[in-house]
Design a protein around this ligand. Structure first.
Ligand SMILES: [Zn+2]
Ligand SMILES: [Zn+2]
Length: 631
């Protein structure tokens, strides 16, 4: 491989002979240098930085396999070197990568001041530590994913090497064209899927399902005019099913290429995909793929941090930017053909205050085309100030509690659930929550919240600090986890505040509670998130008070809704029109073209007209299946 030869030459030229390099390998977009003298690297730390900046890549230093100590010995040594306070939960040896995976509650102590401790580990045991944070509350899914990746590390190494071959296969062609095709989420919300092609490269961004649709939930993969294994990469913006729900199907079809995403997105995505299968099975519908396909997909995940520039094809470079929508969510920047064209896919963004995340990052090195979401892009989509929204939510909850009623808040288990938990926890700490309230967390929200505690670096600084200091708001004593068996019991005494998925009452425990609570006027149902067209939630919001449901005998019966129904706006993970407008206004640099997507038909059309006039720019709302030539 021509490229590997070049990289080796660069490395050998930059490093003195005492670094004793035994081999250089490409692992996907990263470079691994194997050495017989790791000390040389860690006594002179400039080496790693120098090589990384010269190659513009992540560089991993590994000890030559012949020098690795026995795992048992190494484990003993590690436990001696790392202070007890680090609270190590797991030590796993990964021979394929000469790495030792150390999972700890306080990873900072495994790293040590200036990396002192981790350097000692590599010098004294030979194993390069890969240090990850253990969640502060146990998470089955996280454990499962980490074990799965460990179990298949040999295969993962091969996958990464195959990926590297594709990335560096041929030199990029300068005269290439660029085009994108809308495969889903254009003039609609749901099934997000975008194809970006050049002469030599085919990339897909997101591959979602429309969970609110029964008859047409999947993106137009049938419009692809090539076999799926010719796809070079799949990029995932964030974990929500409308962006990831159909991704495992690509693996079912035989796709075996990389999936680029953030580490938090990988774990939340798997959680939601497994649940999607579950929900469909329980409803007697056939899932489009199986757990096996999800597991195959996880093996192919390559995680990247925000602002880390990554080569993903000979003519494409990917960078994720914070989108402040859910944990790990990103806008996607593609630099195509050495800067010949720059495309930003905003994906779902929240350009405004949230309790969970720092501000959106809309500073890009270059930008010609922007694909912009418009979930709340209509004129009337103005949300109240955040403070008012929080006050109203607390008021409505308290009114219900004073009547001794139960309160149901249906939420998306990832994102809205944690935002609402933080609002309630904040009210509780400040004495604003009515006495005697018991707050229950049901459904996947528990797992999703645990995953938040494993990746605090994605959270707003003050929340991150609380998680790091073992005062995680997600594990506050205020919150009680519901066992499926206890669901009925928590309703009997009243004063239960239930935060449960699904957010649009399309399945999951929120539907169970609605059925149990519907009849009683003292109870309250509070909507805090987007209700998709056709969903049960949308119907109730529109005033429907009689719902056909399947009774215990399997026959359809009518459910009368006598409970109080409220909608509290202002908690959305999406930006209302004024924020979307501000996002465009403050974008750096200004795009030449805006393609509006991820909104209901009339909203995307009207919003794109509005943007065209306001910014004197070319903004359009294209339809699914349309192809636009970008260059
Ligand atoms: Zn989303
Ligand atoms: Zn979305």
């Amino acid at each position: 491989m021509e490229y590997l030869k070049k990289i080796k030459e660069t490395i050998l030229a930059a490093l003195p002979p005492d670094t004793m390099i035994s081999s250089v390998e490409l692992e996907g977009p990263e470079v691994a240098i194997y050495t017989k003298n790791p000390k040389a690297f860690f006594q002179n730390e400039n080496y790693v930085a120098k090589i990384a900046s010269e190659l513009k890549k992540r560089v991993n230093i590994r000890t030559d396999k012949s020098l690795l100590t026995e795992p048992d010995q190494a484990k003993e040594k590690i436990l001696q070197l790392v202070p007890k306070d680090a609270d190590i939960k797991e030590i796993m040896f990964d021979t394929a990568f000469s790495e030792v995976v150390i999972e700890a509650i306080k990873p900072g102590l495994v790293i040590g001041k200036g990396g002192e401790t981790s350097k000692k580990i590599i010098m004294e045991t030979g194993w390069t530590p890969r240090i990850i944070r253990a969640p502060t509350s146990p998470s089955e899914i996280l454990k499962g994913i980490r074990l799965h990746l460990h179990k298949y590390s040999n295969e993962r190494k091969k996958i990464l090497q195959e990926t590297a071959k594709k990335i560096y296969d041929e030199p990029a062609r300068q005269d290439s064209w660029v085009r994108m095709t809308a495969l889903g989420s254009f003039q609609e919300v749901g099934r997000s899927c975008i194809l970006v092609e050049t002469r030599g490269t085919k990339i897909m961004m997101d591959c979602g399902v429309n969970v609110a649709s029964f008859d047409d939930p999947y993106p137009y993969l049938d419009a692809l005019r090539f076999p799926i294994n010719e796809l070079d990469a799949l990029i995932i913006s964030h974990a929500h099913l409308d962006h990831t729900g159909f991704a495992p199907y690509l693996f079912k079809l035989g796709y075996r290429g990389p999936v680029y995403l953030t580490d938090a997105t990988r774990d939340l995505m798997a959680l939601l995909q497994f649940d999607y299968i579950d929900v469909l099975v329980k409803e007697g519908r056939e899932p489009p793929y199986t757990e096996r396909d999800v597991k195959e997909e996880i093996k192919h995940c390559i995680t990247r941090d925000y602002r880390e520039v990554t080569d993903i094809a000979p003519d494409m470079r990917l960078t994720f930017h914070n989108a402040a929508h859910i944990l790990g969510s990103a806008s996607v920047h593609l630099n195509i053909g050495e800067g010949a064209h720059n495309l930003v896919y905003s994906a779902d963004i929240k350009y405004g205050f949230t309790r969970l995340f720092d501000m959106v990052d809309n500073n890009f090195p270059r930008l010609e085309t922007l694909i912009l979401e418009s979930t709340y892009g209509a004129k009337e989509d103005v949300q109240p100030p955040r403070q008012d929204a929080e006050q109203k939510l607390v008021n409505v909850i308290n009114e219900g509690l004073r009547q001794n009623g139960n309160i149901l808040i249906p939420v998306f288990s990832v994102g809205r659930a944690q935002e609402i938990m933080l609002v309630i926890e904040n009210a509780y700490r400040n004495g604003m929550l009515e006495e005697g309230a018991r707050v229950y967390i049901d459904g996947m929200t528990k797992e999703a919240s645990a995953i938040h505690t494993a990746y605090p670096e994605y959270l707003r600084k003050n929340v991150e600090k609380r998680v790091l200091q073992n005062d995680s708001p997600f594990t506050s004593p205020l919150f009680q986890i519901v066992d499926t068996a206890n669901r009925e019991a928590i309703l009997t005494d009243g004063k239960a505040v239930i935060v449960a998925s699904s957010g649009m009452l399309t399945g999951g425990p929120s539907v169970y509670y609605l059925h149990k609570m519907a009849n009683e006027p003292r109870n309250t149902l509070i909507f805090v998130g987007y209700q998709g067209e056709g969903s049960v939630g949308r119907k109730i919001q529109a005033g429907v008070r009689k719902l056909p449901i399947v009774g215990e005998n399997g026959r359809t019966k009518e459910l009368s809704l006598n409970l109080r129904v409220e909608t509290v706006e202002g908690f959305s993970g999406h930006s209302p029109r004024p924020e979307l407008t501000a996002y465009v206004k403050n974008l750096h640099p200004k795009p030449k073209r805006i393609l509006v997507n991820h909104g209901e038909r009339s909203k995307t059309i009207e919003f794109s007209r509005y943007l065209s006039l306001k910014f004197q720019t070319n903004a359009t709302a294209i339809k699914n299946l349309e192809t636009v030539r970008l260059k």
